[in-house]
Design a protein. Structure first.
Length: 194
């Protein structure tokens, strides 16, 4: 990530000095990202393409006046987003007519591949959690169950288990610490295998 900032800054400075190759590289890198991002606000690819062209044209003609930035990507995305919103409002596009409290729509769909990866990760995490729970004592399991499934207070749990409130805090604290330690250990070993 740090390298990308350095590359962006170098490209930016070279482009500001009139280097057309740097400008072309910036365009080639960011056009697809901006295009996909724009289609999250509107289904009209022509509006998205026009806005990208407008910000890159403005970018080139005003390059010497533009400020130094730490990262080019956020600068371009903000410029594009502002331009797109202006065009959508001017043309009264559906993205600007919404009941959403933010005042616009954003269409986000997760790919089937990502859903499968997420499901597999969730499955692996549940196995790690189950193994962590198995390491608890019966009383620790019961305390965790009562706290998380029934949202009982420590006082109520202590009365049910027949121990002091202070002992309940200790019991629960040790259980949570054991869960955390075992879960993290299992997840670390899982990540190393992948």
């Amino acid at each position: 990530m740090h390298d990308r900032v350095i590359i962006d800054t170098d490209l930016w400075e070279s482009c500001k000095q009139g280097n057309r190759q740097a400008y072309g590289a910036i365009y080639k890198i960011f056009y697809p990202r901006l295009y996909v991002y724009g289609l999250k606000f509107t289904s009209d690819p022509i509006v998205v393409e026009d806005c990208i062209q407008e910000i890159f044209t403005s970018f080139w003609f005003n390059r010497e006046k533009l400020p130094a930035v730490k990262s080019l990507q956020p600068y371009l995305f903000v410029s594009f987003r502002n331009r797109l919103f202006k065009d959508l409002q001017r043309n009264n596009q559906p993205s600007t007519r919404t009941s959403d409290p933010d005042g616009y729509t954003f269409h986000l769909q997760v790919s089937a591949d990502q859903l499968m990866i997420d499901a597999e990760k969730l499955y692996e995490e549940s196995i790690c959690l189950r193994e962590a729970i198995d390491r608890l004592t019966a009383r620790q399991k019961e305390a965790v169950y009562l706290k998380f499934y029934f949202n009982l207070t420590y006082e109520e749990i202590s009365a049910m288990l027949g121990i002091s409130v202070k002992s309940t805090y200790k019991l629960f604290g040790r259980a949570v610490e054991e869960l955390r330690r075992t879960y993290q250990k299992k997840m670390t070993s899982l990540c190393m295998r992948l």
